[in-house]
Design a binder for this molecule. Structure first.
Ligand code: 26W
Length: 835
């Protein structure tokens, strides 16, 4: 890179006045600020600056502008004593900040122009950013979309979570297998966060409780812990789009207390003391890849308690600081529990109010109960959190007592309401008695919250009729639905700038980015041939970009003219990536058996991580790559079919996929996917969906129209009936000759260099158990895929459907979802701050 400017030479143009340069929004101010930041923050001359120095200078330039707005916004919220949403989430899967912040500030073009003047390679700078992967998938990304929307719809909000030193692992593919590498996202520094070294709270673990009488003679409880750590706040500002509102994302890092007392823990044992210090700092080290059974992970329970306790102490501090009394805590704050990971907050707020602030039980319970709301994100039994009472006793003895007391009072209520129904009491208890006593976190969350919601219509109904049925019968008014949404800023404007430009030109302005229902204006253009051609050109350009990326990173050459058929999501049996594979092998076999068989050229693209301990999911990745290896090298089919596995699916890589997809695979077994949000991202970018009636697919189909959606498979009701009637996959295997020969082909060793055993765990499981009914939906899926193929041959009609999909996606903006939470669940109002 050549140097346009070093600090010794004259500035290229006269510098703007200092105060305007630091946070000014013009191209000129941005340029000067970048030069200043490179020099004064990074301490670099331009000619020796590394890409990371340049990235840092750009990030600080943007951050200065965020901070100015943030402080102004914080002051305004404080002055109006605004009711505030606290979003408690163990995960925030943020994705890269730079491009998103430029967009929300409205300086994307000015910054690019400044970059051109400075002869910077903007794409190289962007590529230098390490994304904060502080989440596993849907739940964590949803939290990030909601932070963006809370700011954009101008609702005062704080996101509370954990500043993991290592986020979700990086995935590499070696010999077709997933290999996990640790995610060292902080190694070059994180310019978006501000450490608040003075803002720290103590968090205790272990020990025992003691009763004592206070100075008024009242019986109180004291927790004598045997370990204490500190949580230190790290703040990241989240700016809304085209507004002055900025939300605070406050993540906690664990540290050993400053006055680390060697004596107290380990008399004379220096190494023991150091060990205790390391243990304290381990708490926020690593994100758990949580798509695996929630059993028995002590560190995870500690992490949950750690961030919940810091967050509640911070809320109490803020409230005491401004109001002086905790009586109105629930009027000031509403706290949303993102799944049960923060459900300990119910017990912790009780502890803080009763033990630390001397409040009586009834008032404390009234406040607690009015503060919390709980969102459920999964019905899968293995994902419903429970913790053994033994572990609780060891780590959180005081909380166990409080939970027993909450439970005692709650079960009395149940007994009075349902006289004599002891089975119901057993089912509803916060403590399960079967298979060792365990605390049921979902029950704790429902009892402690005033509102409970699922994340799509179907899912919310299933919550009411299955896992929380008894609770729904007791408190029907507590149950809600808020269908998930995603932010169109990141998932259209940032990911797919060509599409955003076309939409803005067609709609006349960029209002659609704040009100996604404006996309309806595109509808009439579906019948406009000239517009359709432009639409197609945008899609093809994105497909070319992706093809280039895949060639470099997945070593597969793909044809941008072929149908891009994409399934990108965590690997899980219920999501049924293997159903997709069975279809691919079916097509392969058809062509091999009949070279004249006509199939539209397709590129099958997969992406997604498998939990490191989930053997079957890892085997599915291996099978995808194995099938790809054979098909991509078989000259008889590789002009028609290609298979690519995109390594390391992340927010950033998702942004490469969504714009380029023609077909979005949303093929989970009905009743299993709570909502899905990738389904929305694909459809917003003009992909058509092939999907089951599961999660939010149901509502997407309703919105885009059944004629613009490829539906197949059993309904959730049919699944239930079929399962209770006795499901025998073996019979389906025997009864469908094509299916049988596809499975036999996999078992033949063709995809495993002659080894017939490699994929047997997978195929045997399908033929014998098939818990997610892949075989039952196989025929319907393959036939539906044939309809997709036929539809693809009519490009005009396909483009028309693609346009209508985008035009009708307004409902799936996370802004809509946040407005529903605000109105129906949080009772919180917008506090506009001008930019
Ligand atoms: C055992 C599988 C498992 C375990 C844990 C699946 C999911 C989890 C997470 C705890 C919950 C989760 O990420 N749920 C996802 O949440 C998204 C946002 O609401 C939904 O769109 C997804 O459907 C749901 O799986």
């Amino acid at each position: 890179m050549t140097t346009a400017q070093t600090p010794q030479s004259e500035p290229p143009v006269p510098a703007a006045p200092r105060e305007r340069t630091r946070t000014g929004m013009s191209q000129e101010a941005l340029k000067q600020a970048f030069i200043d930041n490179l020099f004064y923050v990074q301490g670099r001359f331009r000619d020796v600056a590394t890409p990371n120095d340049l990235y840092m200078a750009a990030a600080y330039t943007v951050r200065d502008r965020l901070l100015e707005r943030w402080l102004k916004c914080a002051q305004s919220y404080k002055d109006s004593a605004a009711r505030t949403v606290c979003y408690l989430s163990a995960e925030f899967l943020l994705g890269p900040h730079l491009a998103n912040n430029l967009l929300n500030l409205g300086i994307t073009e000015a910054a690019h122009a400044a970059g051109v003047e400075l002869e910077l390679d903007f794409s190289e700078i962007m590529a230098t950013e390490e994304e904060p992967g502080l989440g596993n998938g849907g739940l964590g990304r949803l939290a990030a979309c909601y932070m963006d929307s809370l700011s954009t719809v101008q609702i005062p909000a704080i996101g509370y979570g954990i500043r993991y030193e290592f986020g979700i692992f990086d995935q590499e593919i070696e010999n077709g297998w997933q290999v996990e590498k640790s995610d060292t996202w902080l190694k070059n520094g994180n310019p978006w966060e501000i450490p608040r070294y003075k803002l720290r709270f103590p968090v205790k673990f272990g020990g025992h409780t003691e009763q004592y009488h206070d100075e008024h003679g009242a019986l109180r409880v004291r927790w004598a812990a045997d370990l204490e750590v500190n949580g230190v706040a790290y703040d990241t500002p989240i700016l809304g789009y085209g507004v002055g509102n900025v939300s605070l994302l406050r993540l906690w890092k664990s540290e050993a207390p400053e006055s680390f007392d060697f004596q107290a823990f380990n008399v004379g044992d220096y190494y023991g003391a150091v060990h205790a210090k390391i243990e304290a700092e381990t708490l926020s080290k690593v994100l758990y890849p949580n798509d695996e059974p929630a059993a028995g992970k002590e560190l995870r329970l500690k992490q949950q308690y750690f961030f919940v306790s810091c967050s509640l102490q911070d809320m109490i501090r803020l409230h005491l600081h401004t109001v002086g009394s905790l009586d109105s805590f629930a009027e000031k704050f509403v706290a949303q529990l993102n799944d049960t990971h923060p459900a300990l907050a119910v017990a912790e707020l009780m502890r803080l109010l009763v033990d630390e602030h001397g409040m009586g039980w009834d008032q404390a319970w009234d406040i607690t109960h009015r503060t919390f709301c709980y969102t459920n994100h999964t019905l899968l039994p293995e994902a419903l959190e429970t913790w053994s009472v033994r572990l609780f006793e060891k780590i959180l003895p005081r909380h166990l007592e409080l939970i027993y007391e909450i439970n005692r009072r709650f079960l009395d209520e149940v007994r009075i309401r349902f006289l004599g129904d002891e089975d119901r009491v057993t089912r509803m208890s916060l403590i399960s008695e079967d298979g060792g006593r365990r605390v049921r976190m979902a029950h704790l969350a429902v009892v402690g919250a005033r509102a409970v919601n699922g994340v799509a219509e179907l899912h919310s109904n299933l919550v009411k009729t299955t896992i929380l049925k008894d609770f729904y019968e007791l408190w029907p008014e507590r149950f809600h639905n808020v269908t998930n949404g995603v932010t169109p800023r990141r998932f259209i404007a940032v990911s797919n700038p060509r599409l955003a430009k076309l939409i803005t030109e067609t709609c006349g302005d960029d209002r659609w980015l704040r009100d996604l229902s404006c996309l309806r204006q595109l509808e009439p253009y579906a019948d406009d041939a000239e517009f359709r051609a432009r639409w197609r050109a945008v899609k093809t350009a994105a497909k070319r970009d992706l093809a280039r990326w895949l060639e470099q990173h997945a070593w597969v050459k793909v044809d941008p003219q072929s149908l891009f058929d994409v399934q990108a999501k965590r690997l899980h049996e219920y999501k049924r990536q293997h159903l997709n594979l069975l279809h691919i092998v079916s097509l392969y076999q058809r062509i091999k058996q009949d070279p004249n068989h006509s199939v539209v050229p397709r590129t099958f693209i997969f992406g997604g991580k498998a939990a490191p301990g989930y053997y079957m999911a890892k085997l599915m990745i291996k099978l995808i790559n194995a099938v790809g290896e054979v098909i991509n090298h078989d000259p008889q089919v590789n002009g028609t079919l290609r298979v690519a596995f995109m390594p390391n699916f992340s927010v950033q890589n998702g942004q490469r996929l969504y714009p380029a997809a023609d077909l979005s695979e949303q093929i989970s077994l009905a009743g299993k996917e709570a909502s899905g949000t990738g389904n929305m991202k694909f459809s917003m970018n003009g992909a058509l969906t092939i999907g089951t009636l599961d999660g939010a697919n149901v509502e997407i189909r309703e919105e885009v129209g059944p004629e613009n959606f490829f539906l197949f498979g059993m309904t959730a009701d049919e699944v239930r009936q079929r399962q209770s009637a006795g499901y025998h996959p073996w019979e389906i295997y025997q009864g469908d000759a094509e299916l049988k020969s596809v499975i036999d082909l996999i078992n033949s060793g063709l995809f495993s260099h002659g080894d017939p055993t490699l994929f047997r765990p997978l195929t045997d499981h399908l033929v014998n158990q098939d818990p997610f009914m892949v075989l039952a939906d196989y025929r319907a899926y393959v036939d539906c895929q044939a309809r997709v193929g036929t539809a693809w041959t009519d490009q005009h009609q396909w483009d028309r459907m693609s346009i209508l999909n985008v035009a009708r996606m307004g409902k799936f903006s996370s802004d809509r979802a946040i407005r529903e939470y605000a109105e129906h669940i949080w009772q919180v109002e917008a506090k506009p701050v001008a930019c």
